[in-house]
Design a binder for this molecule. Sequence first.
Ligand SMILES: Cc1cc2nc3c(=O)[nH]c(=O)nc-3n(C[C@H](O)[C@H](O)[C@H](O)COP(=O)(O)OP(=O)(O)OC[C@H]3O[C@@H](n4cnc5c(N)ncnc54)[C@H](O)[C@@H]3O)c2cc1C
Length: 426
Amino acid sequence: MKKNNNLLQVPNINSSDAQVKKLIYKVEDNLFNSHYKSSSKPEYLCVCSGGTTSSCARNGFITLDLRKEYNEIHLEKEKNLIRIGGGVIMKDLMNYLEKHNKTFPIGLSKLPGAGYILTGGISPMSRRYGLAIDNIDSIKGYLGNGTFISLEKDSLNSTQKLLWKGLKGAAPFLAIITEIGLKTFQSHPIQIIEGFVDDNELSKIINLSEGFPENLSLQWIFAERIYVYIFAEIKDDSDKEIFQNYLKQFEKFSSLKRKIYKTYNHIDFFPKELDLFELNKNNHSEVISLLGGDLKNDIQIFVSSLKEIIQNKPNSSCYIATQQLGLKTKEFDPNSSFFIHRTSTWKPWIYASWKKNDLKEREIVLNWMNESWKKLKPFFPQIHLAQIHNHLNSHEEEVHLSFGERLHELKTLKNICDPESILPPL
Ligand SMILES: Cc1cc2nc3c(=O)[nH]c(=O)nc-3n(C[C@H](O)[C@H](O)[C@H](O)COP(=O)(O)OP(=O)(O)OC[C@H]3O[C@@H](n4cnc5c(N)ncnc54)[C@H](O)[C@@H]3O)c2cc1C
């Protein structure tokens, strides 16, 4: 059989099935030539790092796959800094750091690439170390207008300051990032308390988690049943003592088990063996990520809404999951980046999946996703733009709820950095 060269091999099935116009691997001057300007259709360049989203490839669009040419990793041990290429995935970053007894607040999966870092980056460790963007030290890349940029956090001039903020949280709209310098942390053992719980137990655990200290966080998934992960980093005796006290409370949930890991890098969240949700290669999917504050007295109403949403899910692969941020992530000035919803404690995401060639089911499932979003909005009114959906009707509202009052400022920045809209439009 003839090999189809116009397919991108990536984890996201929508993107790996897309018939791209062309694949390119290097940023060269002609990338910013008149191709897009003369194009009669609104076409832009898709950028691929980890390839975990539905926006890194589209039928008839060109994809710049950064994984081949921008995959270098270099640790500056004495400075606790690591420089990674714009096409490095979190698995490679973490394996590299592990050799040096270091770590970085990556998310719940090691599959994502630089997109994870540039769009904010919420980790189970964020309550202690902040978001991924809070730990960026330097950025290199090309603006949409072709200008090469090399920015260092501590030596920004006044015009670079706004760009620096824009790149932290909204980079996909402004630039192609080819190198990121990140602060690294000493690695420590992790303890996880995990297991299936019922809705009543979930309410109690959420209630407990809203008082968690910085080294603990809660994440859970609700597909057919509910599975929770209580994460704890044990850095020193004080962490140990705090965790021991919490253990007494966790023991009340008889189905929860305790696991000990040497480092964060050894954890595999939501593994296949647990059969938490159907992982189907014949399905396409979209994900929408929400943000909101503490649930406080609304926990039970929220869990009831959740049950209703799951009861109505049209495909067994669909699910809702949530991760906890807060504490350190709340300390940063909302003006320091374009991740502006700094009062957030929870990031739930809705995973909507359908049989890939079934357009009718696609419509039903996307409708379920939007209806579920409506039901969750009173609790989580904002959006975390970790996935770009300019191929969906929800895009405009998502952009508005991500950047709020600062959307105008971001649009001005986009006009300067990417006036021809070579990169995804806002
Ligand atoms: C299994 C899984 C678990 C996840 N867990 C978490 C989590 O715990 N916390 C969290 O915050 N998010 C999480 N995410 C969301 C994920 O971090 C975002 O969707 C992120 O944007 C994916 O980045 P990517 O590089 O893998 O994807 P890609 O599809 O390659 O890129 C996504 C978009 O980002 C832009 N982009 C990527 N790299 C660059 C670059 N170098 N320069 C310019 N633009 C670029 C492109 O426009 C691209 O369309 C998870 C996603 C998955 C699939």
